[in-house]
Design a binder for this molecule. Structure first.
Ligand SMILES: [Zn+2]
Length: 421
């Protein structure tokens, strides 16, 4: 029986969201939390984008240092040999890749404007896979963009070719949120039955069904005999109406009627991280968690009407499907209501030592304190808001990694070609 795995794409699809973004430190913190939560893989960024290079390499270093313990870090790029070459030039340590190309006739016609045929799509993907293998990629996922609007025969041909050329997973992208739970179940079951390859579900919420479609698609994949990999984002942040929300997907698989018996996670998920990671993503993106968000919304465990309040006080199971403690809620949180010293890009040593002292971080020497302060100032330049305790702890603990994360040097294309990686 196949299992369910989670691939979080907040650091790739989430940060592509219009009007939103994350600092490189915030992306790193999310990787740390996702790892702690037991998420199988983080699609951690864009290896062909030059301002990502130091961040990506620093995170691969954290993985080599065993700070990021079990999470896999995958780079996303277009499925062309040119993008693969560029990715490995900028991030030579990359091991896990996702290669993406449009497969629907709408996009082949509408994006390439007659310059590419279905056969061209197949050969581009084949060349990209070949290039990735030549560079020693250990795991390759191939993404069919707009799979839900792709002709089934061509989708099968595309996925079969990817498998044949050495791809390890096939991503079914419901790029526009066009599917519904019934159509995606059938489509993914057929793919799983016809192809000998694990399948990823990538769903969007344009019709409000991203979580339901992810779960139904995963059920189809498993019923068809393969492992299912669900793409999520923290708080469902993603382009337009967003992606499948990480916590809601976990809750659905664990708590919905009868699902947990048949559809199990391949690696245990620590749901108790939910509160922490969702609050952090909300702070980092600057987007409040909706009051009614599953599990972590302010009202997820709130009751006021007489019948409900009476019922939940007698037995919480009367009106709650799961306990707030399972999501890491219920602990008191300290909020400063009086004088506050916070970090900033113009911070000085006295305030900084006071701030760090409150977290019981003390420095061996004044040189060390100055060094960490300098890094915190630069982190503030990128964040443009006071850093939170976990970020300051990270900076104090991994100063060299932080320096790499914060280093960005814009260069012209020709200057880049001369840089030794
Ligand atoms: Zn997407």
């Amino acid at each position: 029986m196949g299992k369910v795995y989670l691939i979080d794409v907040t650091n790739r699809d989430g940060v592509q969201t219009a009007k939103l973004g994350l600092s490189k430190l915030a992306k790193t913190m999310l990787n740390m939390y996702l790892d702690e939560m037991g998420v199988y893989q983080s699609e951690f960024g864009f290896p062909t984008t030059r301002h990502e290079s130091n961040y990506l390499r620093a995170n691969l270093k954290l993985q080599a240092m065993d700070v990021l313990k079990s999470i896999r870090l995958s780079g996303w790029m277009r499925a062309t040999a040119e993008d693969v070459e560029k990715a490995f030039r900028l991030v030579p340590e990359l091991k896990v890749l996702n290669l993406s190309i449009s497969t629907s006739s709408q996009m082949i016609r509408g994006k390439f404007l007659g310059s590419k045929s279905e056969e061209d799509i197949l050969s581009l993907a084949a060349e990209a896979i070949e290039a990735a293998k030549a560079h020693g990629a250990e795991s390759i996922g191939v993404n069919a963009e707009d799979a839900s609007r792709t002709d089934t025969d061509f989708l099968l041909r595309f996925a079969a070719l990817a498998r044949e050329r050495g791809a390890d997973r096939f991503r079914y992208c419901d790029t526009l949120g066009y599917d519904n739970p019934f159509t995606i179940y059938e489509a993914c079951k057929l793919l799983a039955q016809e192809l000998d390859i694990p399948i990823e579900l990538h769903c969007h919420g344009d019709l409000g069904m991203a979580v339901a479609n992810s779960v139904a698609g995963a059920m189809g994949v498993i019923d068809g005999g393969q492992d299912a990999y669900i793409n999520t984002t923290v708080n469902g942040i993603g382009e337009r109406a967003g992606n499948a929300d990480l916590v809601a997907v976990v809750l659905a698989l664990k708590k919905s009627k009868g699902l947990a018996r048949k559809y199990k996670f391949g690696v245990p998920i620590r749901l108790s991280m939910a509160w922490k990671i969702c609050k952090y993503a909300s702070y980092a993106f600057g987007v409040p968690i909706p009051i009614n968000q599953p599990g972590v919304g302010a009202n997820a465990f709130a009751h006021s009407s007489g019948i409900h309040a009476d019922g939940v006080l007698k037995d919480p199971e009367n009106y709650e499907l799961y306990d707030f403690k399972e999501l890491g809620r219920g602990e008191p949180e300290m909020v400063e209501t009086g004088r506050e010293i916070c970090s900033g890009e113009y911070s000085g040593i006295s305030g900084f030592k006071h701030l760090m002292g409150k977290m019981e971080i003390h420095f061996e020497s004044s040189e060390e304190a100055e060094e960490i302060l300098e890094l915190a100032r630069y982190a503030n330049v990128l964040a443009q808001k006071p850093l939170v305790a976990d970020e300051l702890r990270f900076i104090a603990r991994y100063p060299d990694i932080t320096r790499q994360l914060l280093t960005m040097t814009p260069l012209s294309e020709s200057a880049y070609r001369q840089v030794e990686v």
